[in-house]
Design a protein around this ligand. Structure first.
Ligand code: NAP
Length: 443
């Protein structure tokens, strides 16, 4: 079947959700071409810009993803923003089906007084910065004082606590940009408080990631034993859910551990809800309401100069596509986009835009497979694209002056980053400035 004849699919978002969808869609017999669009010049989404730099093993999934682009049927269009450079109507004209997988990279608001102060940041801002995201708003202030609070008891909070607690020189062999390491090296923060509003049995941590905190060479970990007291239902949960039981065991093991006089300290605080951030122009304190089950609630103020809220991410709407603003997802039934009771033919979602911000990288594989199963079942009945020529979309982008990054151009950037890595004793070192990235892509 020639490329003009078969079905063509557009995937918006070159992160794990989009690329697992590509993987599933390449197996469909009628599909002769898949084009992947991403707003950034580089592929891999959350694997490149969300997985922490010191979790190199998790990032090895890119080996699976890169093979897709080497198969001959999958093209990459980086540096192309859907809604600006190309819109939904363009995609529906050039493709038989479109899968949106743009993820969720915005911070949920905490909604307490003082949240707007300098020194109050969202986890997405922090993670984007230390991951070298081209749209990062820059580093959080790490030299305003010695104490930071990270709000939330999920894996993102663990990542941030760990990065703040590590000796910056231990990150030299990661892909972290040079300027990020320099800022972390200059940080004056010595005490990092992880603030959980519920108890240890309700924490969303996964045990492997939690254990890492206790293994850091440069930080002592401190937790009060009363914080780890479990009520009857929490005890039952710890006994019946392996993840919860292991988490509680790991934290209990830290209780009696004498501090070793390490340069930094991590304080775990449960049953503590943020009430207010204090300060006139920048954060000087965090007011918490401590309410352990069975105890009278008390108010407590922590002297902190940096507050990072790791309380979950949010997706943003795709222009023209329905959006559930309460759940921050595109309404869908098993991946088919719906507008009320109407199924929008040929439009699908995958990943965090489909189900909300939960699950690890691998969760997206089964999630995307579900979406592509629906697409496969629909394919023969879809009306078909209006513009048949696969190269017409290239012409459209060129005509609009979009400097898109194709796979060859990305490989130039990948090689450039690998060369930067050699100079630093790392496998690769990311470039984070979009203009610099494009200059390498388009020499
Ligand atoms: P998450 O797992 O949903 O955790 C969010 C945390 O924020 C919860 O402890 C939640 O507490 C708390 N929270 C929410 N609203 C709050 C508020 N108003 N005040 C105080 N606390 C509040 O989300 P995440 O950490 O952003 O992670 C997102 C997903 O990515 C997760 O599935 C995670 O496992 C995954 N991830 C995995 C890794 C890894 O595998 N290494 C790394 C990073 C992220 P409640 O439970 O009380 O609501």
């Amino acid at each position: 079947m020639s490329p003009d004849e078969g079905r063509r699919i557009a995937v918006v978002g070159a992160g794990p959700a989009g690329l697992y969808a590509v993987q599933a869609a390449t197996a469909l017999p009628d599909v002769t071409g898949i084009d992947v669009f991403d707003a950034l010049p580089a592929p891999y989404g959350l694997v490149r810009y969300g997985v922490a730099a010191d979790h190199a093993k998790t990032k090895t999934v890119v080996r699976v993803f890169r093979q897709l682009f080497e198969s001959g049927t999958v093209r990459f269009f980086g540096n192309v923003t859907v809604g600006t450079d190309i819109n939904r109507a363009d995609l529906l004209a050039h493709y038989d089906a479109v899968i949106y997988a743009t993820g969720a990279r915005h911070d949920r608001a905490l909604g307490v007084p003082g949240d707007h102060l300098a020194g109050s940041h969202g986890a997405a801002e922090m993670v984007s910065w230390y991951s070298g995201h081209p749209e990062s708003s820059g580093p959080p202030p790490l030299r305003l004082g010695t104490s930071a609070a990270v709000i939330g008891a999920g894996n993102v909070a663990l990542d941030i606590v760990r990065i703040l607690a590590k000796n910056a020189d231990s990150l030299i062999d990661t892909d972290m940009p040079d300027d990020v390491i320099a800022v972390l090296r200059d940080s004056t923060i010595t005490d990092i408080h992880l603030i959980a509003r519920r108890g240890p049995a309700q924490a969303k941590f996964t045990p492997v990631e939690l254990r890492e905190l206790g293994d850091l060479a440069d930080a002592d970990i401190l937790v009060e034993d009363v914080d780890l007291d479990l009520d009857a239902s929490s005890r039952q949960e710890a006994d019946s859910v392996r993840r919860v039981g292991t988490n509680v065991k790991v934290m209990t093991g830290w209780v009696g551990r004498p501090p070793m006089g390490r340069p930094r300290r991590i304080h775990l605080r449960f049953w503590s809800s943020p009430v207010e951030l204090l300060g006139s122009d920048h954060v000087t304190g965090l007011v918490l309401r401590r309410s352990r089950p069975g105890s009278v609630a008390v108010t407590e103020t922590l002297d902190v100069q940096l507050v990072i809220r790791a309380i979950g991410y949010e997706a943003r709407a795709i222009p023209g596509l329905p959006f559930d603003a309460d759940r921050c997802v595109v309404p869908n039934v098993e991946g088919r986009v719906v507008d009320g009771s109407l199924v929008l033919a040929g439009e699908y979602v995958a990943g965090w835009l489909k189900r909300g911000p939960s699950g690890v990288i691998g969760t997206n594989r089964s999630d995307a497979a579900e979406t592509v199963r629906g697409l496969a079942a629909d394919l023969s009945a879809l009306p078909g694209r209006k513009i048949v020529d696969p190269d017409a979309v290239v012409g459209l982008l060129v005509e609009r002056g979009v400097r898109f990054v194709d796979w060859e151009a990305w490989l130039r950037l990948e090689s450039h980053e690998a060369a930067l890595g050699v100079a630093r004793g790392a496998v690769t070192v990311k470039l984070s400035d979009r203009a610099a990235m494009l200059a390498v892509c388009h020499p």
